[in-house]
Design a protein around this ligand. Structure first.
Ligand code: EPU
Length: 417
């Protein structure tokens, strides 16, 4: 298993290019199941989850061709299998995104139930209830969810809690349903908006994406499309945090500042000075960071996917910060490893109290999930001495070549194979 070795306290300067958003790319790939025509996606990030999704789709009948760059063309002339198997779903829960499109086009789908993961229980009951509302018959058996429907019918469904992939799954299913579907209390994340944009390019009739009510008028078929995936706001936010902690003059390029407002406002309140360009952000640091409480929330709130990185940043801030995680139950797995590096943290249920600033020291640490890994990388960049981060396959799921991008900014990072 690969590890990262980081020698801390190097000043970062220069420009880092942000890739496409993993969480917009995955549903866009799944949307290819809705048509027998080619869907060509560009700005796909070179991360493991995108490769896993391609494998899931190939198992279902997709023909894929990559152009060697960031473009992937997927075509599913025929659905040849209806199962997303346990072996793949267990490595990536976002595989559940094939459920809606598969049952909508093929009338049958069998997807392994993802189960819990390091950050929480993460049930898919809203996906299931919503599909039932659209007329699918659903059985949960042998660890699988099996859905059947002659043709889905438009319906109304109100999410009990905003769900990103839940909204995407139902939006895709409804695009091929008969009649109109109204989804309420929808997730409003930029990634949801991007999927709606792709579906519209494929011929779907959708309105309201980006608000909490989305209306979809189903079609009997959808066509091919070309789509450019939005930049990854979480990757961009992670490099901003690095710049705030150990940067001199860092430009985060190729991002969408507008989509990042909740992050930018929080960072500004914590004393990070950020210059905004049209598609770039510049941090001239480090400035003294100030403790600033944080509460994660669905968009347009502060994203849970940027919580762990913020905790790392607050270890270097003056004062006491209360970080409240409202989306997932166990998303402070990074805390115990950070404490081994000298952070002063206390966890109490959904809250983490960070007392700063603390001088961190390098250590051997273990990554437990994607964003926890990013948090450890940030801590290592600020720590004195050498940190070795184990199990960085988590990091590779969602960050493209982080050691390369950080290295070009002047960090001393090395991958040990
Ligand atoms: N929930 C349910 N039932 C459901 C669906 C969700 O109870 O059927 C709960 C979840 O357990 C959670 C909350 O609702 O407490 C919100 O979860 P959501 O469904 O929005 O999460 P997700 O769609 O599974 C996506 C991202 C996550 C990100 C969350 C929240 C993708 C592929 N994944 O997950 O990304 O944390 O939204 O923004 O889009 C990451 O990239 O590191 C990552 C974990």
């Amino acid at each position: 298993m690969d590890k990262l070795r980081i020698e801390g306290r190097r000043r970062l300067a220069g420009r880092v290019e942000i890739g496409g958003a993993k969480n917009a790319a995955l549903p866009a790939q799944a949307a290819c199941l809705l048509t027998d025509e080619a869907v060509s996606l560009s700005n796909l990030p070179a991360v493991r989850d995108v490769r896993t999704m391609t494998r899931v789709l190939e198992g279902l009948g997709a023909e894929s061709s990559a152009d060697g760059g960031d473009r992937l063309t997927l075509r599913v002339p025929r659905i040849v299998a209806e199962e997303a198997p346990y072996e793949l779903v267990k490595t990536m829960r976002a595989s559940v995104l094939v459920l809606g499109p598969l049952v909508a086009r093929h009338g049958r789908a069998r997807v392994s139930l993802p189960g819990g993961c390091a950050i929480g229980e993460r049930p898919i009951n809203f996906h299931i209830e919503g599909l039932r509302r659209l007329g699918a018959e659903i059985v949960l058996e042998h660890g699988y969810v099996e859905a059947r429907a002659e043709r889905l019918r438009g319906a109304e469904y109100s999410f009990p809690f905003k769900s990103v992939t839940g909204t995407e799954n139902l939006m895709m299913a409804a695009a091929l349903a008969e009649g109109e579907t109204v989804l309420r209390n929808c997730a409003q994340e930029p990634e949801v908006v991007d999927v709606a944009k792709l579906l519209r390019a494929m011929g779907a009739e959708i309105s309201g994406e980006g608000t909490d009510e989305i209306v979809i008028r189903g079609r009997t078929s959808l066509g091919g499309a070309r789509h450019h995936v939005i930049p990854d706001r979480i990757e961009a936010g992670t490099y901003l945090a690095a710049a705030a902690m150990v940067g001199e003059d860092v430009v985060v390029a190729g991002c969408d500042p507008e989509a990042m407002l909740p992050i930018l406002e929080q960072f500004a309140a914590a004393g990070v000075e950020i210059e905004r360009g049209d598609d770039s952000l510049r941090v001239c640091g480090p400035r003294a960071l100030a403790a600033q409480d944080l509460r994660t929330a669905p968009h347009p709130g502060y994203p849970t996917d940027m919580q762990a990185q913020y905790v790392a940043m607050m270890t270097q801030a003056h004062g006491t910060t209360l970080v409240s995680e409202t989306i997932f139950e166990h998303r402070f797995m990074h805390a115990s490893e950070l404490m081994r590096m000298g952070a002063d943290l206390r966890i109490d249920g959904h809250n983490c109290v960070v007392v700063g600033p603390r001088s961190l020291t390098g250590a051997q640490v273990m990554a437990t999930d994607l964003r926890a890994s990013a948090c450890l990388v940030l801590a290592a960049l600020a720590a004195e001495g050498e940190t070795v981060i184990h199990r960085i396959y988590h990091l590779d799921r969602g960050y493209e070549c982080m050691e390369g991008k950080l290295g070009r900014l002047g960090a001393a990072v090395e991958r040990i194979r």
